[in-house]
Design a protein around this ligand. Structure first.
Ligand code: SF4
Length: 475
């Protein structure tokens, strides 16, 4: 069986589709943002994200006497950054704080609960229920990603809670509470990191991402730069994690400031949320070539076929200027609007370039439970599952193609593909009718999901690190 697929055809398909013309070209030279920006503004308004309202919420933190910082039982290895910043901010205003994972009243007059992935919503609800049960009447503030984009799901169940949406510049200027570092329960190597966002937001409006909704651009169209970011880096910690969502889109002056600061302080850097291949210039590559990285600290994304021909030269430029291949990793989105052959082309290009692809399986961010995984229009459930496993294992993808691996059943019976999967693999056609999440996505011109968040979950859960430990990273 052969595929009728070609890069040219896929690009044309996207160009012809309504969604493609609106979103997939965002950030590519010559693209007119006007239509997308207008839709973004409407989407933000429709979700009732009111950043002004956060000022009132922040004043309640300042004026409390004692606060419990409550983190539901998410699997994570990084710092719970929002709570860690509230901790510093509250202490600086003379407020006592106590961090907890299992709620236990300690005479507090305010409880701040954090939330993360929407599909971990039950864990957030359980924490709020525990507060209600053990300390009815105490004021509760809920913030974080889930609370920001699906506040109604929380207030329908718990009408008395206050929702903190998006982020607050005032709070963001506080460093994480490093004094109480032990209490956050981070393991090696994360306890050797300083965690920073030097900016908030992203100039793009990718349809699979939530960043532009919860961290909108400034009035003039630029991104907010945190004037205090240098204060958030500790001399005694050898690593710094820069989590800006699109640092490379900032003026070179700011990027240079961040990178040369890392050089001067002799830090190893992880650019957690990745660089944008469209903005990799020779000057930037030269700076990055002089940078020391934490493991796969130079991260990019090859999420869209439209970046074919832009992504590869960007990687070559980085290598030419001295960034080691082993430091480069690229997130590669699949299970969204892509077909398997197209996604596989992007993965395989990374391998050819000698860098590690990381498969990010699309999941709508309005999905409220972990079960029943979302399956893209051009995928089968089994194919998406098996495909992801293959691309997580450098010991496999550096030695053979997915097709050979699957045909020879090298992964064993649990990773076997069936006739429907093979048909889908070649053509992207499936026999399913789309209901549930598929409908949500198709009904919404700007669906909500963040592949980077899904990836972070893997990293936080230690999955990625364990793969690095077991497998060679580059060919
Ligand atoms: S996926 Fe990346 S580039 Fe796209 S909007 Fe989100 S942060 Fe920006």
């Amino acid at each position: 069986m052969s595929s009728a697929w070609s890069v040219k055809q896929i690009k044309q398909d996207h160009k012809d589709s309504k969604r493609g013309s609106i979103n997939f070209t965002a950030g590519i030279d010559g693209f007119d943002y006007a239509d997308t920006a207008d839709k973004a503004a409407k989407a933000i308004k429709a979700q009732g994200i009111d950043f002004e309202g956060n000022a009132e919420t922040i004043s309640r933190i300042r004026n409390a006497k004692k606060i419990v910082l409550l983190e539901p039982h998410f699997a994570r290895k990084y710092l719970p950054l929002g709570l860690a910043k509230i901790s510093t901010y509250a202490k600086r205003h003379g407020v006592k704080v106590e961090y907890q994972r299992d709620y236990n009243p300690v005479g507090e007059d305010l409880v701040c609960v954090t939330s993360l992935f929407t599909y971990d919503s039950e864990k957030v609800h359980d924490s709020i229920k525990a507060v209600n049960f053990l300390n009815r009447g105490v004021p509760v503030i809920v913030g974080g990603v889930y609370a920001s984009i699906m506040s109604k799901a929380i207030t329908d169940l718990f009408p008395h809670v206050t929702i903190f949406k998006g982020f607050s510049k005032e709070l963001d200027m506080s460093p994480p509470d490093y004094e109480a570092y032990e209490q956050w329960g981070m393991e090696d190597p994360w306890n050797k990191f300083s965690f920073i966002f030097t900016t908030r937001g992203c100039p793009h409006f990718c349809p699979y991402c939530v960043v532009w909704k919860i961290e909108p651009r400034e009035d003039g169209g630029g991104l907010w730069v945190n004037p205090e970011w240098k204060e958030h880096i500790l001399d005694e910690r050898p690593y710094m994690m820069v989590s800006d969502n699109n640092l490379s889109s900032l003026p070179m002056e700011h990027i240079e400031d961040v990178i040369t600061f890392a050089h001067k302080k002799d830090k190893r850097v992880v650019f957690d949320n990745g660089f944008d291949c469209k903005f990799i210039t020779d000057d930037l590559a030269d700076l990055l070539g002089k940078t020391k990285f934490g493991r796969t600290g130079m991260r990019l994304a090859f999420d869209r076929i439209e970046e074919d021909g832009i992504f590869q030269p960007a990687i070559e430029k980085l290598k030419k200027h001295g960034v080691p291949k082993s430091a480069i990793m690229s997130y590669v989105l699949f299970n969204f609007a892509d077909k398997p052959q197209e996604a596989n082309y992007r993965m395989t290009e990374c391998v050819k370039l000698g860098i590690r692809p990381y498969p990010t399986r699309y999941c709508p961010l309005n999905k409220l439970e972990r079960g029943n995984p979302y399956v893209g229009k051009h995928w089968t459930k089994n194919l998406a599952r098996v495909y992801r496993v293959f691309w997580l294992m450098a010991g496999w993808f550096n030695k053979m193609t997915f097709e050979d691996w699957a045909r020879k059943e090298i992964g064993g019976k649990q990773y076997k593909l069936f006739d429907d999967d093979w048909d889908c693999w070649y053509t992207g056609a499936t026999k399913r009718s789309f209901r549930g999440h598929r409908k949500v996505v198709e009904d919404d011109a700007l669906p909500v999901a963040d592949p980077l968040i899904a990836v972070k979950e893997d990293i936080n859960a230690g999955n990625l690190e364990s793969f690095f430990a077991e497998e060679s990273i580059t060919p």
